[in-house]
Design a protein. Structure first.
Length: 317
């Protein structure tokens, strides 16, 4: 009899705890969703992601990871395009540190679901399409799971486990509440999106002979490949000019052959300046092996513009 009472008491305790967790989960989602809607535009990574997904309306957009945010000097590119076309266009560098292939594919789809930019530049190395760590990449956008059908599709396509986990508001906002709060407190970022790096940490005395990858020794992640192909097809269908670019790394061992093949398949221009003799001979232009410093970014932006220039008639329409 006593054991039966203990079991009943234990069951009631479990139910009470479950109800409390559900109430907390609902409360966190209700409050956090409304706070996110009021985040400033340029104060930190979470705010910048919210801005590019829901508010950005620039005519020319750059998306990508930290390589994009540190490599494209927005004001310089804007001035060069204006001098060449005779017209001033609004331009925003929407690349974000820590956001890789799939989160940027998601952003690319979100952008054209809201409006049609004159031109979109998507900076991506092929290595991001090979990575298997796809769920971590998307987690920046988890607060928008219920708000945006495109974001929800990206998470749901990861499988049943992720679909179930995303039903929890505590899971969606895990590790993000402090980031969200800090966006209201930290100084406003530059409103053109470019984030300069200074100095260099490359020690040329430690540089050894490179061993380059051989095409055929690797393949793309099927989830990432599918999402990237969807972006290429959607931009072509909506007649929004899209340029895939791969900015420099210092003496990289990888190559972009499979990325190039995909761009060719979908007739998308590919500007590949990933592995070039000039940058490999100038380590002083790099902050580290995969990021240009501010000096290097200015050199690269000028070179990138020269490669982009033959295509710029598309934005005059």
């Amino acid at each position: 009899m006593i054991m039966k009472k203990d079991i009943t008491r234990f069951g009631i305790t479990i139910v009470i705890i479950a109800i409390m967790l559900i109430v907390v989960d609902i409360a966190v989602g209700f409050i956090a969703d409304r706070v996110v809607d009021k985040m400033p535009n340029y104060s930190g990574q979470m705010a910048k992601d919210n801005y590019r997904l829901h508010r950005m309306d620039a005519e020319i957009v750059i998306i990508g990871s930290s390589r994009g945010s540190h490599h494209y000097v927005t004001s310089q590119l804007s001035d060069s395009i204006e001098a060449y076309t005779g017209k001033k266009y609004t331009i925003y560098n929407a690349a974000i540190d820590g956001k890789f292939a799939n989160s940027n594919c998601c952003a690319a789809e979100m952008i054209i679901s809201r409006y049609k930019p004159k031109l979109v530049i998507f900076d991506i190395p092929e290595s991001q399409l090979r990575s298997t760590d796809v769920s971590t990449d998307l987690m920046f956008s988890s607060p928008f799971y219920w708000k945006d059908t495109i974001v929800r599709r990206y998470f749901d396509n990861l499988g049943l486990k992720e679909r179930l986990l995303m039903k929890s508001n505590l899971y969606r906002y895990n590790g993000k509440l402090i980031r969200i709060a800090s966006s209201f407190l930290r100084p406003k970022d530059k409103d053109d999106g470019y984030v300069p790096l200074y100095g260099t940490t490359i020690d040329t005395s430690l540089i050894k002979e490179r061993k380059k990858e051989i095409s055929g020794d690797y393949c793309l992640n099927t989830y990432s490949e599918s999402n990237f192909a969807m972006v290429l097809k959607k931009y072509a269908f909506n007649e929004v000019p899209l340029f895939i670019a791969c900015s420099p790394a210092f003496m990289p061992t990888g190559n972009n052959m499979l990325l190039k093949d995909m761009c060719n398949k979908y007739n998308t221009p590919f500007i590949d300046i990933y592995d070039t003799p000039y940058f490999n001979e100038h380590p002083e232009l790099f902050k580290d092996a995969v990021h240009l410093n501010d000096d290097g970014a200015h050199v690269y932006t000028e070179l990138f513009f020269e490669k982009l220039k033959p295509y710029l008639d598309c934005i005059k329409k």
